[in-house]
Ligand binder design. Sequence first.
Ligand SMILES: [Zn+2]
Length: 321
Amino acid sequence: MSSYGGIDLGGTKIQAVIVDEDHSVLGQARRPTPIDGGPKDVAGEMAQALRDAAKAAELEPAALKGIGVGSPGTIAGGDVSSARNLPGWEGTFALAAALESALEAEGIAIEIGNDVQVATDAEFSLGAGRPYDSLLGVFWGTGVGGGMILDGKSWAGRGGAGEIGHMVVELDGARCTCGRRGCMEAYAGRAAMEEHARKLHEKGRHTDLFELMKERERTRLTSGIWERALHHDDELAIEIIERAIRALGAGIASAVNLLDVEAVIIGGGLGVRLGHPYAKRIAKAMQPHLFANSRPPDVHIASLGDLGGAIGASLLLRSVA
Ligand SMILES: [Zn+2]
């Protein structure tokens, strides 16, 4: 039976899986994404994550039929350009070639796709999106990414579609990490939420968020820390999450008004961590903004969870199967 590798290259972690022809996970491993260095260092860690996953599956990387990669940035063949959120990756880097040599697996098939789109494809083919012909994947994490399936097919536009995080939810609103104003991500992206929390905390607002971060020896407010603060009824955390949900409601509803998809699948670190009750809250926040409000789309949490991106990446190899 043939096996495939899948690597999800995220801003905070690299997730690798080994799957069989039926997409069952045979082994998995994760490593933190390097915070400094450059693309070469990132490729090295990706290769290591894949080797670890292969070891867990009791396979040699060279025995794989191929490896799929879900990457941020602009993808052209085996090259990846301007992968924001990754160290020193402003230019173009031959990622497929670097992986091939780091893995010492000469001639192995390597396919690279957009990280958010492959995660959406995975939910559509194998996860919460299976019953539908059209859906919108919303990945609520460091940023807010989007992927679309229309009429059973991925829609990438001219290569830049799905940037739902940069839907404008407030004219002249909060400054976004993209440099523009009022984007949904400026309210709902975990990076922006952290910056907002830090500012308010410095101005004297009480919160346990940063204490929890120190306790857990983290350098960022991870999804787990937000969840913990919400459990402890941390007022500032609740306020910032509510603000994020309002922005998600407006942004996602606007996208639904345009596309009229059957379902919205919420994934990403925060989405998966906060889970079903928050999918319900997002659905409720969408309601006042929906034009066809008598038949809202179904809203689900991504059922493949944290592994969706890596499994989706392995699906890129379907064409060589
Ligand atoms: Zn933006």
